[in-house]
Design a protein around this ligand. Sequence first.
Ligand code: HEM
Length: 543
Amino acid sequence: MEGIADFLDSLIGGISLIFYALTIGGLIWGLVVLRPWNKNTRYNPTLLKETIALIYRGAFALIGCQLLKIILKIWLINVTLEMPPFPAFAHTTQFQAGLLQAVFTIILAIYLTVYLKANPASKKHWLISASLAIPLIITGAWLVHGAGRFDDRAFLMSFTVLHQLGAAAWIGSIFQILNLWRLTQQEIINPELWPLLLRRFSKLGIGAVVLILASGLPMAFSYISDINGLVGTGYGNLLMVKIALLAVALGFAVLNNRAVGAYFSKGVKYSLNRCVPHYVTVEFIILITVLFTAASLASQPPAIDIPSLTASWEEVLNVFAPRIPRTTSPSHAALIAGEAGRIAIIGQTPSEAATAWSDYNHNIAGIFLAVMSFFAMLSYNKYCRFARFWPLGFIGLAIFLFFRADAESWPMGELGFWESMAGNSEVLQHRLSTLIAFALGAMELQARLTKNPDSSLPYIFPILSAIGGLILLTHSHVGFQAKTTFLIQISHILMGVFAIILACGRWLELKLEGSGKQFAGFISVFALFQIGLILMFYREPLY
Ligand code: HEM
């Protein structure tokens, strides 16, 4: 139950941070970049209408998330502590600050819908909207880790809020930039606005990144005291993921800046119109992933608080150490014999056979992915065109998972098909991955062979990979998890990062032309190869 509640908490936390960015970031975009009251720039009413619509829709959705978070906590108290949450919960900071923040968001959402929507070019209404956002921003300080600390409380609370503000300014503007490109493509607005507002944004973007770093790094040093805290805890790992993804997002931001610079200095339109929209889309996917990672981070105990649960960097390195993959499974009888002890509520005993079978599943799946992505990398060589059938490997993997993933259930075991899924979430997960692997194989093969340039089939793979990556980065980091659980999770975190890189690479391969296309495609299958290697060498520590 705790695992599901933590997963839901991170999921709603991530979605809530997205709507926070849409609302607060949208207001900052309007005040700093758009400045609709400025007479020198004539704005099409549709652009102003759509800009403000994104902001107030974000605000209303944010209210929904804020209330859902409170309801989730009430449910969690109810099921885990088996006691009525009220009146005790009503006296907590989480409840009071959560409710107060929702009230401030309601006031802002109403003002945006009634006044700013009716007066989109009025400087007065933009400034009033921004000032109404301030109490909503400040109240957030009582909902972060810092509020629960004795030392450096004010510093940590205020720095987290500044950090959230920097993140909102960047991501809220990216939402507006994608909207701006959509209206430019539909020729609804003056095409000159695209480069003009991109150039104006670059200063805001730099400011947002400086704010993120200036607030994030001191916090990181407060919550993590040494290298083991960084590599040996869920908190530290998620922070490393954020830093790595920030570097990738900054890479695309630099490419965008260069393209805008080339347009204004030499009038070069190609990369501004044929590359930047897709770089911004990928920057968007990466930053959304950072937000979900940040939400997951916020539900983790800071590394400094869990020295006894921290793995050493040697233990972490050992998780990824190359080893002979397990290609034979334990016997059926051994697996069944260990089951009762493994799933017992009281006196739980680890089952070597079950752990070995899990290693077998992961390693074989890894071999399939590594071989497939090896051929996929080959397929970028013009003399190896035969290798483009590599997605057939997914179908092979699906057949393996169908027959071998769960030996105790149908078709190899006694447990019936439906009965096995109803009683065991692991079997359900395996059945789902079998289905996804099969569908992915069939679709991706067709996508890579299709001659129809307008087909949307090729986009399914990157979208599914991005979702898979998000789930791997947000799922089940049980707070004070045992070190062994963390040592299992850590490979899931890294596979999550590679799944996001796979998705972004494939997306750019589908959208770009020329050498960028090939390079992006190769990066994408190279990331798939890394996932294959992690699974091939996967070893579950015995409890
Ligand atoms: C060097 C890069 C970064 C560092 C060192 C850093 C550090 C941190 C730390 C330590 C926290 C946790 C605060 C806590 O435990 O309450 C945090 C939270 C957060 N970070 Fe970052 N961060 C970085 C980059 C980013 C980026 C690029 C974004 C988004 C664009 C981002 C968005 C957030 C958000 C939204 C939170 C608040 C999560 C919440 O409380 O729900 N961070 N960051």
